[in-house]
Design a protein around this ligand. Sequence first.
Ligand SMILES: Nc1ncnc2c1ncn2[C@@H]1O[C@H](COP(=O)(O)OP(=O)(O)OP(=O)(O)O)[C@@H](O)[C@H]1O
Length: 282
Amino acid sequence: MKPILEVNELTKQLGSFKLDNVSFSLTEGCITGFIGVNGAGKTTTIKLLLGLIQKDAGEIKFFGKSIQNNEHEFKNRIGIVLDDGYFYDDLTLLEMKNVIAASYSNWDNRLFKRNIDRFGLPLNQRIGTLSKGMRMKYAIALAISHHADLLIMDEPTSGLDPQVRLELMDILLEYVGEGKSVFLSSHITSDLDKVADMLILIHGGRIIFSEEKDLLLDKHGLVKGDNKELNEQSKALFLTLDETDYGFSGLTADKAAVRRQMKNVYIERPSIEDIMLSYIKR
Ligand SMILES: Nc1ncnc2c1ncn2[C@@H]1O[C@H](COP(=O)(O)OP(=O)(O)OP(=O)(O)O)[C@@H](O)[C@H]1O
């Protein structure tokens, strides 16, 4: 599949924080989870993609074309869902829609109406009176009503209850089912366990890995066993290792090698959170 967005050696110094030579690409028709703990650099990367802050160096290409020279086309073909700061609370949903729709050349009012009906949103209610879940659905309805090819979302699930998070994931799955792509930052990795195709981990302003989720989950393993299984060679197979008097548990990035070298151990499937924490603890 084609890369929809390519980020090459993106760099930005912000006070003592440096986003350091960040490179990754997003594949068409995929949900890519951009994961990392607080302060890792997720929002900074997204702000640079959207031109909300200026990069020091690096290049961003959208469908093979530099976004710097094609800013208008890029903005028309992406949908954006940021933290809830960018709506006017005193406007109704309909009034705010009119403000936003005016800035897109391919805005589709019928599609917007369909999304609004589907999400059960009251068009004449003031934005300030919406619940957090409704506000998120409204932000998505706005972001996907101009036939965007790529939806970019910064921490969309934070502060939402599990039911609304589940609904949100269903909406995203339906969206990529139409051949669109989603780039979604989150430190709540459990949502991504279900829906992400690709995962990119950022930590301290650097990309730690960028991989297909299924491959990542397949090759890593949470290993438990008796301490007598551990020696210098087998210990080298672990990203993290906890040893107690009762035995050890550790996360390996090479489950196959553990199977070959350690005979009496249990290997469980890790969660994305287990993997993320192991890489950043190293
Ligand atoms: N304008 C700025 N001046 C100085 N430092 C900044 C500025 N903006 C962000 N930072 C710092 O950059 C680092 C990365 O912040 P960023 O918001 O990108 O992290 P994040 O991964 O999105 O975290 P979170 O999950 O908490 O939103 C943080 O240490 C933050 O304090």
